[in-house]
Design a protein around this ligand. Structure first.
Ligand SMILES: Cc1ncc(C[n+]2csc(CCOP(=O)(O)OP(=O)(O)O)c2C)c(N)n1
Ligand code: SF4
Length: 271
């Protein structure tokens, strides 16, 4: 039987206002299926976003949701989690929201290992504000702020997360929607800070400007240009040239921040 998304949607907020062909809906659906897969209770689940097209997502889904200021989803989410560590807290954010204006919150959440699941809707651009380059816009690509090509080099979200200390780190794509769902589910059940780099597409402000074809072409690009981490082990450096690695890069056990903090509270109270 087809998956029933309706049970998780707010009908009054639909239809959504993402552009036709935008892949943000595919990531949203993977998140919903992941939540269903691990059996989270709606009333015990909080989804937090900042600002951006990706950050519209909590408006559409029927959980406890917080739509906060640009780049600040993790700051609000940290407050929620600290106030009640028994809640399931999920952050959704664009690459600009999480890694540019929110970059400082991002690295510190990674190093704290707080039990929050961060899903980066990585479409390589600032979609909502008309296509300025972001920290994941590849070198040489066009954006409204880089009309002659981006001189910067992009962050690898997974490498950055691991370097900063995140204990679950993976990368999926909207072409590989089922593995993406599985990674999000694993991130939710992981007791620590999880980062899922969800490669998605903005055909409107990024694809058109860079002549990347139709929305479907952009999604199919992931099929031909990504390699799973296990398959990559059998490929030569030449075969890996230009390919993006997907899969689970790290899944480590480390003390979780709220649990450690509670021990300090007990010590301070003479326990
Ligand atoms: C403090 C502040 N600075 C700038 C903005 C303008 N702004 C809104 S969304 C956005 C970028 C969104 O890009 P991204 O996070 O990559 O998400 P996308 O829209 O691509 O999903 C910016 C710069 C703002 N709302 N608040
Ligand atoms: S501007 Fe881009 S990211 Fe925003 S809704 Fe349109 S296609 Fe999606």
């Amino acid at each position: 039987m087809a998956f029933n998304y309706d049970q998780y949607m707010r009908p009054g907020k639909l239809p959504h206002i993402w552009c036709p062909g935008c892949a943000h809906g595919t990531v949203m659906k993977a998140i919903i299926r992941a939540i269903d897969r691990v059996g989270l209770e709606k009333d015990r689940t909080v989804i937090v976003s900042g600002i951006g097209c990706a950050s519209r997502m909590p408006g559409y889904v029927d959980f406890n949701t917080l739509h906060t200021t640009h780049g600040r989803s993790l700051a609000f989410a940290t407050g929620v989690k600290m106030a009640d560590p028994s809640l399931n807290v999920i952050c959704v954010a664009g690459d600009g929201d999480s890694l540019a204006i929110g970059g400082n919150h991002f690295i510190h959440a990674c190093r704290r290992n707080i039990d929050i699941t961060m899903i980066v809707f990585n479409n390589n651009i600032y979609g909502m504000t008309g296509g300025q380059f972001s920290p994941t816009t590849p070198h040489g690509r066009l954006a409204s702020t880089t009309p002659y090509g981006n001189p910067d080099y992009a962050f690898d979200v997974a490498e950055l997360s691991m370097g900063a200390g995140a204990t679950y780190v993976s990368r999926g794509t909207v072409y590989h929607a089922v593995p993406l769902e599985r990674q999000i589910a694993d991130g939710i059940t992981h007791n620590g800070f999880s980062v899922i780099d969800a490669l998605c597409t903005c055909p409107t402000t990024y694809g058109r400007r860079n002549k990347l074809g139709s929305p479907i072409d952009m999604i199919l690009w992931f099929k031909d240009n990504t390699v799973g981490i296990k398959a990559a082990q059998k490929l030569s450096p030449e075969e890996m040239e230009g390919k993006i690695l997907t899969g689970v890069f790290r899944n480590d056990i480390k003390p979780e921040y709220c649990e450690e903090y509670q021990k300090i509270v007990e010590m301070a109270q003479g326990g």
